[in-house]
Design a protein around this ligand. Sequence first.
Ligand code: ADP
Ligand code: MG
Length: 672
Amino acid sequence: MKKVGPKRAALLQRLGLMEAEDLLWHLPRAYQAIRQDISIAAEGETVVVCGSIAAVRINNYRPPYRATLLIPHGTIELVWFSGSRAYLAENFAVGAEMCLQGVLRSYRGNLTITHPKILKEAPPEGVLPLYPLTEGITQDTMREIFIANRNTLLDKCQELLPSHIVKRYRLPGLRESLEALHFPNSQDEKTLQSQRSRYHKRLIFQEIVLFELGRKLVNTAQRLRSGKAIATQLTKIVPDIEQKLGFPLTGGQLKVLEEIERDLQSSLPMNRLLQGDVGSGKTAVALTAMASVVQQGLQCVLMAPTEVLANQHFRLFATVLDEFCQVGLLTGSMRKKEREQAYRAITDGSWKIVIGTHALFTDGVDFSSLGLCVIDEQHRFGVEQRAALGRRNPGVNQLYMSATPIPRTLALTVFGEMPISSLQTVPFGRKPVMTRYYQGKAQYKRILQEIQQQLEEGGSIYIVAPLIEESESLDLADATRIQLELQKPFGTFGVELLHGKISSEARNSIMDRFTSGQSRVLVATTVIEVGVDNPNANYLVIYHPERFGLSQLHQLRGRVGRGYEQGHCVLYSPKGCGSEARERIAVLLESQDGFHIAQQDLQLRGPGQLLGVRQWGMPEFTVADPVRDTKAWEFARLEVAEIINSDPALTAPENRQLRDYFTRKQILTIVH
Ligand code: ADP
Ligand code: MG
């Protein structure tokens, strides 16, 4: 692309932008109006002013430096609180004519612009897109790239929606919409600002239709395959498993197992979601169900989202089912030789139970007779992966597990008609985690004291921060700095840093050192959210809880108090937070019930995009929001049902584009 060399390409990649098409879908997060007529501009608006410099005051030793710009209807004060005098002297000589851009303020009755930007030429009055950025790429760079490649980009827009839908809802075209969003017109300013312009609505509708249709295609394909009816005999196997586990299963667990058994015994492939808080006993349920399938001579697989978790599950299964069947492990970081051994044991059927990560669904992994596939922490598993799983193992029974209960009102949107089993019980042997909220720098000392005390008593500590490294644009605590800071007081206890950019091998050994107590303080990003287990860690500090969703905080809180000791969770806002955030945090202080917390989160959730819906296992949407866009969802579902009923293979000419799209995504192939 024009204006993108290797260096910029690398930076764009950090934003997930690999191809031209990705750039098209990198939508502005907001818009900024630029006004030249400052008589109609409001304070805080970005304006462009053209005039000549009437006075310059830069001779004082220290900033602020000042200058006065004479414009047709008055003057504007220019102020610099930092910067080089040489630069100012060079550019702002008395009499110089120029156009400047900046944010208009009124200070002591004077119109003021701080740190104005010199423009080479006055841009036309208008609206500018503001893109999500990464360090090293500025708004100007981003806009420059878009402008230079305008036509190349827009030519890639292919209408996807069938024309009757476009007509029925009077939607603007895809090309027209993306053009309007990236190259905005000033008439559209207001609606663009609200993110509810007709162009936004069109993209939202399209995204929902594609999502719903993709899911329907996969489900239909699955239903068309007859699965194997497996004559499991739970009642026979349960006492045996209970003995191996060392505890009796609860009524709740048995009820869920019965639901699972009914699915297994039917010849329709199972496609069920099991939800329950961390520690509610899902793994024990999965283990029992898998054992019952193995007993019928079939293989089972359990897929975890991370290697840490896969290793953990593997150790548990291998121990508990030691005499019952062979359990194997397959992860991406295994050496080639080990991996090939694993492939062989899977293909010849000697491994009855296989635990692993996504590596389980790559080429080379062919089960001899797969009966049940369990997917733990399902929210990292999208419809494309489900399609791939179904393609490789037609008709296989699938059980999805989620530790983030989804609010009832959202379940249909998120999971469609997937049947749901719930473990509503409080986690086993768990005392409620004592949760407190600290705010302001003054409380930091208290936290240090509490950490000190915990460490002296032999406990381990988690610290969670929203960022890995310091960011210029966000004033937030970062894990790297916290780790450095804590080295001083607690270095002798071992303070380690864990985040997603650390290689999985290094991550495993960090986790090993932490669980074995060699290091006792773990500073991390939310990577520890998923299932990491250290029963000796009873104290957790979460920096900037206002930045996280409630369900996510609840998940994080589930990391502590897993042994017999009292767990503590300190939510810490170094700079305090607003009343809205405090209201949300209060929910967490009062409740330990994941279902209740999720429901409250939904109710209290403002339009704030920040928290997102990812925490509930939503696929990531670009523009759609399942909480906000419920009406659009209703209509989309109707349209999708009509498409599926009248043309399930998408062979009609007007569904041609959809057909190509889902074929490209490898979702459609399994229909035939
Ligand atoms: P989840 O997978 O939902 O996080 P687990 O199945 O790992 O939950 O269970 C959490 C803890 O509770 C484990 O230590 C497990 O051994 C224990 N546990 C599970 N079921 C029972 C039960 N019926 N009685 C007592 N302890 C149980
Ligand atoms: Mg689990």
